[in-house]
Design a protein around this ligand. Sequence first.
Ligand code: USQ
Length: 406
Amino acid sequence: MKIAVLGGDGFVGWPTSLHLSDAGHEVHILDNLSRRWIDTELGVQSLTPMDSIQERTRVWHAETGRRIHFHLIDLAKDYELLKGWLAKHRPDAIIHFAEQRAAPYSMKSDRHKNYTVNNNVNATHNLLNAMVELDLDAHLVHLGTMGVYGYSTVGAAIPEGYLPVGIETMDGRTVSQEILYPANPGSIYHMTKCLDQQLFAFYAKNDGLRITDLHQGIVWGTHTEQTRRHQQLVNRFDYDGDYGTVLNRFLIQAAIGYPLTVHGTGGQTRAFIHIQDSVRCIEIALKNPPQRGGRVEIFNQMTETHRVRNLAELVAKMTGAEIAWLPNPRKEAPENDLVVKNEKFLGLGLQPTTLGEGLLEEIVDVAKKFAYRVDRSRVPAVSAWTKDIAATVEHDPEGKRLKSVS
Ligand code: USQ
C-alpha cells in the first residue's frame, strides 16, 4: 500500500513509519517538524540523541534498501499544499498522528491552549475536507486517546467507542441506540480529540469516508524491532514535565537518582500500552478498514491498566529509587478505578507486551546511557491546570521537587 504518515517524525509516528516500511509498504511522512520546534521553545531535548528526519530516512535506506519519503507540510496551515500533495500521490491509507499531544503543554498558558486547539482541529478538518474534495477513498486511521472517555466509570467497563443506551419515547416505549460514549476530557489537548471524534462522525455519515479512530492509552518504552537496528534510528524519548509520560518518566528519574514524581496520592488509574504494541495495533487497524458508508470504527488501543502509585512502587523496588509525593498540578480525580474493553485488537491477533521487569530494566539502561543529556531542572511538571492550582504549587528552581505553599 501507499501510506501517508502524517506526523511521522514523532514518538509514535517514527516507529510506525519504520514498521510499515519494513512490512513492504510505500511510506510517505508528512510533518511540519513542530515537535522539534517545541523542544526548542521549552529548552529541552529528547533523552536519546535524534538525528534530522532526512538523516534518519537516509540511514533506514542504507540499512534496509527501503525508502521513506519526507515532505515538509503544515497540515493545519497549508491546506492547498496538503490538498495538492494528496491529489498528486493519492495514498491508499492515511495515518493521522499530526497533533500536539501533551496535556501539560496544552494547559501552560492561553497561547498554548489556542495553539493546541487551532493546530489539532484544523489539521484534522483540513485533511477530511481535502479527502472529500478529491474523492479520495483512502482509509484514514487516526490516533486518538483513551482520555476522550475520562477515567471514571460507573462500575461498567468502558466500551470501544459506542455505548448502547435505552431512550424512553413519549408513548412510554424504550428505543435502543448506540451513541458515542459521552466525552469527558481532562485537558485542552484531550478536548481536541473529542472534537476530532465529532468531525469524523460527520464526515463518515455525510461523505462516506472510511475512518478508524484508535483510543490509545499511555505509551511506555522506547525501542521497537526496527528502531533497534541502528543507533541513528533511535526513537525520541521525552523526560520533561510537559512531554514525558508517567511510566517513562519514573524509569528515567530512577536512572538519574531523582525522586519519583508522584502527583498527589498516585491514586490515578490509567490505561497503558508498549510502543511495540502501538505500532502493531496500527498495522492491524490498517488491515481491517470499515465499509464505505459505515460508522467510524473505534478501537481501544491499550493492553493493561495500572495505578500511578503502584508503578512508582514497582520502579522504586526495582531500582531503589525514592518516591516524592507531590501536590498535583492537574485537576483530576485523586483516585479512580478504570476497567476498559479491548477485545477488538485481541480478537484480531494482538499479543500484548505487558509490564515485565526485563523491559523496564532495558529502559532504565537506555536512560543511564544518556543520563548526561538530562537537564534536571526540566524534570518537574510545572504546568498547572487552573490559576488556583498554580497559586498553591511552587516550582523549586533546584529541580528537586514541587512543594505546596499553602
Ligand atoms: N503523573 C504523575 N507524575 C508524573 C507525570 C504524570 O503522577 O511525573 C500522573 C498524572 O497526574 C496523570 C497520570 O500520571 O494522572 C498520567 O499522566 P501522563 O503525563 O503519563 O499522561 P497524559 O497526560 O494523560 O497523556 C498521555 C499522552 C497523551 C495520550 C494520553 C493517553 O501524552 O498523548 O493521549 O497519555 S490517556 O492518559 O489514556 O488519556
